[in-house]
Every structure is written in structure tokens, then in C-alpha cells.
Design a binder for this molecule. Structure first.
Ligand SMILES: [Zn+2]
Length: 392
């Protein structure tokens, strides 16, 4: 099987997508561009849906996920091709330029946004090439998600009933075209608030309860018992980090409140919850550990938000076998990996849709050194065309 694509068209399509500003929550222009490009190939208005994922997101946002359903020109299980539309803020305003084998940002102050306009361009190219070349394809769903970079909000709240029950799902968001990501870590965010007791720091410090001191007992406890940073207990592994601390506003007041923001991750969901529970216990002890002269103690408020659950797709799953078959037919060396960052695929898995994630040439993402490798991107487009059209 050979999946040929028009390389200049594929590169131009990518350059255009890279030049559209669209941070998380500001994906409307990207979404409209994709819709126009697909309509230009004859896809009818009735094929397009925008769900209300933005309304379900705490971040709000201009638009929801863009879902496109194509009937297909041959029978077969429905396949879904997806990518997220948003970029990290540092990529907003990028002017892409071609530089030999690479696409890079013109200015040294922006990232490129190849994460993830590269993925959007692969999905778009796959479908436009299938249509232009008159290749037959089974029913297809295209899913362009919003707000991936701020905690997979679009994928979390996608309207699954609009996806048409796809049986094989492919997500483009990564580097090497034939490196298949079959699983990813899960993560929880913690918001920990300690309300201490204010008092005059010079006149009656003993009547106050310093919120930071209570927090410090807890943090020391976690660090000394191996629950902070890299957490390894027997064969179980995870990570945790207290990344933000805010509290107090005057030296002459016993610090009345402190708020800490932390995260916990593990590929093992039960172990991640174990780390969270050790955090909770440590803070309960920390708060009990300090009392004012009249016997009062601070109050703890401990909140966990599961950002996404860990997942692992079976190496024998249909979508994995399909990606391997197409990679082999293109002569691309195929390997499988597990990711230590979250992916839209985490939530798709939770929604009952095992999704393999593939690369599209992204390098040094989220930095001003971000570049996109043109050869890898074009191979990803061929993979996309193969996965959209081939008999599997
Ligand atoms: Zn991404």
C-alpha cells in the first residue's frame, strides 16, 4: 500500500494553521478555518457539530469541540481521527517560516504551535487527500478538541453521543509518526487551605495559630516519609509536587491563612489516590500539631480534582494493530510508548474509546526553540491517509 500525498499542499495547509492565533479557550478562528477547508472539499453543513465543552469548562472559552461526521464511501467500522486545536500561550502570534528541513517561528520570542497545529494539519490532509484522490473510505469522525493544554478540558467534556460510535480512534499529538503512545499517567490537583488564627505578632503571638507553621509540619512529614517528589514504595511509583504557596500579608500579624496548590501523578490510579490520601493525613496531623495558648487550632480545607485518570490500551487493540500495519507498509519503524504527561486520549479512554496517539513531527514543544520536522510531518500525513482509507 502506498499512500501518496501532495506534499506542497500539505505544507501550505500546515503553514496556514500555524499562523492562526489560538491559545486555550480561543480556538474559534482555527475551528472556522478547518470547517471552511472541509466545506471546500464538498463536505455538507449537516456533517458539522460544535459541542458545548466550553460551557462545561471552568475556563469558559469561545467555542466547543468541532466534530465532523462523514458517511463514508464503503462499509466498515467507523474510524475517528482527532487532534487538539489550542496551543500554549507562548505560541500565540507565531509567524512560521520554512528553514531547510524544519518549520520554525520567525521570532525568537514565540513558540511555533506545532503542538498541535501539526496534528490538525495531519487530520485535515488525510481527509482532503482521500476526497481529492477519490479513495474510498469507511464512515469517519473528525474530532478537533479545545483546551487540551489547560487540563484536557475539551476531551473531558466532549459530547460522546455526537461521535457516532467510532471503533478505531487515532489522535495526533507528538513527535515520531510511528511511535504509538498506548498509555499515559493520571494526575490529580490538590488545593489545600489552612485557616489559622490571626493575632498581633508582638503583643499576643501565643493567641494566634500560624497557618504556615501548620502547613510546614505537614510538608516536612511528607518529605521525610517519601511522599513528596519522586514517590517509590516497593514496586509502586508516582510523583507529587507542592508548586504554589500563598499566604500572609504583614510581618506583625500571625499568618492567618495559607493556600497550597499541589499535584500527584501515577500510572497506577490506586497508587495516585494513595499519595493523595497521605497528603490529606499529613495535613490533618499538621493542623492538629499546633495550638494557641487557649487551645484553639487551625482549620483545614482539602480539595482534590482528578485532572485525568491513567490509562493503558491493550497492545492487541484494533487501533494499535491498524497503526502498526500502516506504519509497516510505509516502511516506518514502529514502537510503542507510555507517556508521563496527560493526553486527550486519557479522557477518550474514560469515555470508552481506546485511542492510540501518534506523532506529527513536534520538537521542543512549549518553548521558543519549538520546531517541526517537515519529513516527519509528511510521514504523519501518509499515516493519516492510510488510517482513514486503507482496508485494515
Ligand atoms: Zn499537544
Amino acid at each position: 500500500m502506498v499512500f501518496r500525498i501532495h506534499t506542497q499542499n500539505a505544507i501550505q495547509r500546515l503553514m496556514k494553521l500555524l499562523s492562526i492565533p489560538g491559545g486555550s479557550g480561543h480556538e474559534l478562528a482555527v475551528s472556522e478555518h478547518l470547517r471552511e477547508a472541509l466545506k471546500g472539499a464538498g463536505i455538507p453543513d449537516s456533517a458539522f457539530t460544535i459541542d458545548n465543552a466550553n460551557k462545561l469548562s471552568p475556563a469558559g472559552g469561545e467555542t466547543g469541540n468541532l466534530i465532523v461526521r462523514l458517511k463514508g464511501t464503503k462499509k466498515g467500522p467507523r474510524r475517528m481521527l482527532m487532534a487538539h486545536m489550542d496551543t500554549v500561550p507562548i505560541a500565540v502570534g507565531c509567524q512560521p517560516v520554512i528553514d531547510g528541513e524544519w518549520i520554525r517561528p520567525q521570532s525568537s520570542t514565540t513558540a511555533l504551535g506545532g503542538d498541535n497545529r501539526g496534528g490538525c494539519a495531519v487530520v485535515l490532509t488525510a481527509v482532503l487527500e482521500a476526497i481529492e484522490q477519490g479513495l474510498s473510505y469507511p464512515p469517519l469522525t473528525l474530532l478537533f478538541t479545545v483546551q487540551e493544554e489547560i487540563g484536557l478540558r475539551g476531551a473531558k467534556s466532549v459530547n460522546v453521543s455526537k461521535l457516532g460510535n467510532p471503533e478505531l480512534c487515532f489522535n495526533w499529538d507528538g513527535r515520531v509518526p510511528a511511535t504509538l503512545i498506548l498509555g499515559a499517567v493520571g494526575a490529580s490537583n490538590l488545593t489545600i487551605r489552612i485557616d489559622g488564627i490571626a493575632s498581633h505578632a508582638g503583643v499576643h503571638p501565643e493567641l494566634g495559630v500560624n497557618a504556615l507553621c501548620a502547613a510546614s509540619l505537614a510538608v516536612t512529614d511528607l518529605q521525610q516519609n517519601g511522599w513528596h517528589g519522586l514517590v517509590v514504595k516497593g514496586k509502586r511509583r508516582g510523583t507529587s509536587n507542592i508548586g504554589v504557596v500563598r499566604g500572609g500579608d504583614a510581618t506583625n500579624v500571625v499568618m492567618p491563612e495559607v493556600v497550597l496548590h499541589a499535584e500527584c501523578r501515577s500510572h497506577d490510579s490506586a497508587f495516585r489516590e494513595k499519595i493523595v490520601s497521605e497528603f490529606r493525613k499529613a495535613f490533618v496531623r499538621g493542623v492538629k500539631g499546633i495550638k494557641s495558648a487557649d487551645g484553639k487550632s487551625a482549620k483545614l480545607t482539602f480539595e482534590e480534582e482528578v485532572r485525568y485518570e491513567a490509562f493503558r490500551i491493550d497492545a492487541e487493540a484494533e487501533c494499535v494493530k491498524a497503526a502498526k500495519t500502516i506504519a509497516e507498509s510505509l516502511g516506518l519503524p514502529c514502537e510503542t510508548r507510555i507517556s508521563d504527561g496527560g493526553l486527550d486520549a486519557n479522557w477518550l479512554f474514560q469515555h470508552g474509546l481506546p485511542t492510540v496517539t501518534l506523532g506529527c513531527g513536534q520538537h521542543q514543544i512549549h518553548t521558543v526553540s519549538e520546531r517541526l520536522n517537515i519529513a516527519e510531518y509528511l510521514s504523519a500525513c501518509q499515516m493519516g491517509l492510510g488510517l482513514a482509507t486503507a482496508a485494515l
